[in-house]
Design a protein around this ligand. Structure first.
Ligand code: GAR
Length: 207
């Protein structure tokens, strides 16, 4: 059984999708063993507590440097015996030490079709603002392994979502979550936990 540690910072709807998948028996060979939040007020923490998942808060502002913050995060991941780390709306870029320690064991959900609308500065609602500003007809979501460059790692799953003429950033964000993120994130976790993912260079093969 693989220990899944979910890192969050906010509302936690993607965490909820994972909790629901686990309850429905859709995460065989995996269990959400801990939720770590960078924000003590994150609603995601309530979602975890409601179903008895252990939680930790590790806040950047409690540390005098990013190096020390990342060290504390890494120690927590070791203590939790993490096999898979899921970034589910986690708003801090991990440092190279953690990424190297958990090579191809960290996955991130991003609210666009990578390589569009991604990288440093593209997060949360800002992604959807940029999508509408550019006038693309399709956006979507991507789940990918994390490497040392933001939103650059091997892509596991993607799902497109049509942009509607009357969309606002908020309506688009909601539809991208419902139609794409909440589906492909649990599916990618299932594939990982059942050893179905093989990374060859920049490509993920689904076995
Ligand atoms: C999600 O849309 C997720 O894809 C995005 O933040 C939101 C978190 O929502 N993540 C990023 O933009 C990371 N670059 P949630 O807390 O309700 O899951």
């Amino acid at each position: 059984m693989k220990n899944i540690v979910v890192l969050v910072s906010g509302g936690g709807t993607n965490l909820q999708a994972l909790i629901d998948a686990q309850k429905a028996g859709k995460l065989p060979n995996g269990r959400i063993s801990c939720v770590i939040s960078s924000n003590p007020k994150a609603h995601a923490l309530n979602r975890a507590k409601d179903v008895g998942i252990s939680t930790r808060v590790i806040e950047p502002k409690s540390f005098s440097s990013k190096v020390q913050y990342m060290q504390a995060l890494m120690e927590a991941l070791f203590q939790e015996y993490a096999d898979l780390i899921v970034l589910a709306g986690f708003m801090t870029i991990l440092d190279a030490q953690i990424i190297r320690a958990y090579h191809n064991q960290i996955i991130n959900v991003h609210p666009s079709l990578i390589p569009a609308f991604c990288g440093v500065g593209y997060y949360g609602i800002h992604v959807h603002e940029q999508v509408l500003e550019r006038g693309v007809k399709y956006t979507g979501a991507t789940v990918h392994f994390v490497n040392e460059i933001a939103d650059d790692g091997p892509i596991i799953l993607q799902k497109p979502v049509a942009v509607r003429p009357n969309d606002t950033p908020q309506t688009l964000q909601q539809r991208v979550m419902e139609e794409a993120e909440w589906q492909i994130l649990p599916e990618a976790v299932r594939l990982f936990c059942t050893n179905r993912l093989e990374v060859q260079d920049r490509t993920v093969i689904i076995k």
